[in-house]
Design a protein around this ligand. Sequence first.
Ligand SMILES: [Zn+2]
Ligand SMILES: [Zn+2]
Length: 198
Amino acid sequence: MPACRNHPEVVEHIVDCSRCGGAFCPDCVITLQGRPVCAGCKGEQVKDITSGAVEGLEPAGRGARLGAAIIDTLLLMAVLIPVYMAMGIGSAFFDKEQQTTWFHVITNVLPLILYTFYEVELLKRRGQTVGKMALKIAVLDPAGAPLATAACWKRALTRNLLSITQIGGLIDALMVFTKDRLTIHDRVAKTQVVVWKR
Ligand SMILES: [Zn+2]
Ligand SMILES: [Zn+2]
């Protein structure tokens, strides 16, 4: 088990400095353009970034983003379909009017809640949903650092509230084809989606 170079007692959540390769705890590294860098390497890394010796982050491809969204949607459906099936069975206990209200609420609100929590939790933990992991892309803040919790919420809520009206969801998704590839949820949460091959 590798331990932090500065804190030998810390063996959990160890990350390797992207410059010297040394093992460090999260308190001993900072993130520069999405890469972990230790305190000893920070100065050199900043110099290299400003001089252009370290390449910047590459924006994620539109196809990869679309593919990631499809994977996430399928995953969500796999969870929801059994719920809907159970509802079909359960509906026998309700009269017609109750059934419509009940069905309406669940079919609209449940996916919204589920998807929002799914997205927030995963973005908070690693900047990637399952779909994004599969297609090797990640969400970062404009400086290339991991997202703050507030940004995760803004991003997930904007996307999912827009998708209540199908046209809103569609416009939001199609904005990935704008020149800077920023969707409405990227703009609101100030996030960027980048290639993440690690
Ligand atoms: Zn280092
Ligand atoms: Zn440490």
